[in-house]
Design a protein around this ligand. Structure first.
Ligand SMILES: Nc1ncnc2c1ncn2[C@@H]1O[C@H](COP(=O)(O)OP(=O)(O)O)[C@@H](O)[C@H]1O
Ligand SMILES: [Mg+2]
Length: 218
């Protein structure tokens, strides 16, 4: 079955439809100008390998006072200048191609960020929803991947515990509808794909953000 590993390419497909694009965090290639511009605009950015999985190599960057911080797993380093920050990222990047995404303030359960995996599988000619589960990060981490100690929760439980004022059934329906819309675009761009796993985040206001699209979901 066809799979697509380039995260930049997969996300770019979803930019094509306006009502999907508004759920995409702004992105830029990791280049000379991108990091400074993104930090000026949003204060916090995520740097990700273009080809990565399991939360590996995902770096979290923010402004702090006059300087910057860089979070890699539970390790946090501080830098006084953008050039020094860039040096810190480059040491961890080790030549791999990266891109930048706005760092969304995900809703949390007791300080632990939560996101959602929405899995669709093609059966015959129809796509079916196979799972909508929540994942809560291991304490101190910003990635929720199960491979990094994240804990899986029922979707509705994750919503109720991280966003008590939001109606779980409504939000689940909204995430499901968005996943089906994304799937039409993905299939058009990458004919032959048979399974899709979306990483959706909900921010503190309950807005859905498309963090990643997986073509080989577990
Ligand atoms: N833009 C973002 N804002 C906040 N958290 C993010 C963002 N992007 C990723 N994350 C967190 O990092 C995890 C791993 O990132 P992801 O892009 O899914 O890479 P991987 O392919 O390694 O799973 C996500 O599940 C989420 O918990
Ligand atoms: Mg992921």
């Amino acid at each position: 079955m066809r799979s697509v590993s380039n995260k930049w390419a997969k996300t770019a497909v979803l930019q094509k439809k306006q009502d999907v694009a508004l759920h995409l965090p702004p992105m830029r290639p990791y280049g000379l100008s991108g990091l400074g511009k993104m930090l000026d605009l949003y204060g916090r950015v995520v740097a990700k390998p273009v080809k990565g999985s399991g939360g590996g190599g995902v770096l979290f960057v923010g402004r702090r006072g006059q300087g910057y911080y860089l979070k890699n797993g539970r390790k946090v380093r501080h830098y006084r200048s953008l050039a020094a920050l860039r040096g810190g990222i480059d040491r961890l990047r080790r030549g791999r191609k990266y891109f930048l995404q706005r760092w969304i303030s995900l809703a949390e359960i007791r300080g632990r960020p939560v996101d959602y995996r929405v899995k669709l599988v093609k059966e015959g000619s129809a796509w079916r929803l196979k799972a909508l589960v929540g994942r809560m990060a291991s304490p101190g981490l910003s990635v929720t991947n199960l491979a990094q100690g994240g804990v899986q929760l029922r979707g509705a439980d994750a919503i109720r515990r991280s966003l008590p004022s939001i109606r779980a059934v409504t939000k689940k329906r909204e995430m499901t509808r968005l996943a089906y819309t994304c799937t039409r675009l993905m299939e058009e761009a990458f004919p032959g794909i048979g399974a899709l796993g979306y990483d959706f985040g909900l921010d503190r206001s309950g807005r859905i953000w498309i963090l990643e699209v997986n073509t080989r979901p577990r």
